[in-house]
Ligand binder design. Structure first.
Ligand code: HEC
Length: 180
């Protein structure tokens, strides 16, 4: 009996080894299949949501996701009372689709800052992070060349004193230009 059972015991680990080598781990497959449903409902779409921070934004802007947003067809001179100079503005889907006086959290704009030849020299970004009527509910970023004018929520710093101060004069929730 011992002699006949022994080869079977040897064969079982061999079989497991073969399966492990040729098929994906079922537990990993289940987790990957189950995860996207709840995540997709809550996590922001990275192509629609600019990240915070100069380094992450530089990578995200270079990837060009915002170019698929609703963008003005061409650069134009600054509209009053802009401090930005020649520019071109893109709105994400949440900002573009909004109809009320206030934009929903997740609404965002990217503004290309242009020289006279329409070469991009910098970017300005605004992203609404929470419901409310204050500029502190938005994240503000602007960089031209190597100078960063704002990078943070509109509660303090340049975001507050430069961006929010002027954008508070916009008639609709801190946004001056909605791309038609
Ligand atoms: C003196 C006023 C003024 C200041 C200061 C200012 N902006 Fe603007 N901004 C404007 C105006 C006006 C527009 C619309 C310009 C246009 O359409 O040409 C605009 C447009 C934008 C847009 C496109 C969405 C929109 O509201 O039209 C973004 C993004 C933006 N600004 C970000 C910033 C950031 C970030 C700062 C701070 C570093 C800043 N702005 C400072 C006046 C200002």
């Amino acid at each position: 009996m011992t002699l006949t059972r022994y080869p079977v015991l040897l064969a079982v680990p061999g079989l497991c080894l073969t399966l492990a080598c040729t098929s994906p781990d079922p537990a990993v497959g289940d987790a990957a299949d189950a995860a996207p449903a709840p995540d997709a409902a809550t996590a922001p779409d990275p192509t629609q949501s600019p990240p915070s921070g100069a380094a992450a934004l530089a990578t995200w802007l270079a990837a060009g996701h915002y170019l698929a947003w609703h963008c003005e067809p061409a650069g134009h001179p600054a509209r009053s009372p802009s401090a930005h100079g020649r520019n071109r503005i893109c709105n994400n889907a949440a900002l573009h689709a909004a109809t009320g006086a206030r934009f929903p959290p997740g609404a965002a704009s990217v503004k290309e800052l242009l020289d006279a030849d329409d070469t991009i020299v910098g970017y300005a970004v605004a992203r609404k992070d929470a419901d409310g009527t204050d500029g502190g509910n938005w994240y503000w970023f602007e960089r031209v060349g190597t100078t960063t004018y704002a990078d943070g929520p509109g509660t303090s710093g340049g975001a507050r004193t430069i961006c929010v101060d002027c954008h508070s004069h916009a008639t609709r929730d801190f946004v001056f230009t909605v791309v038609p």
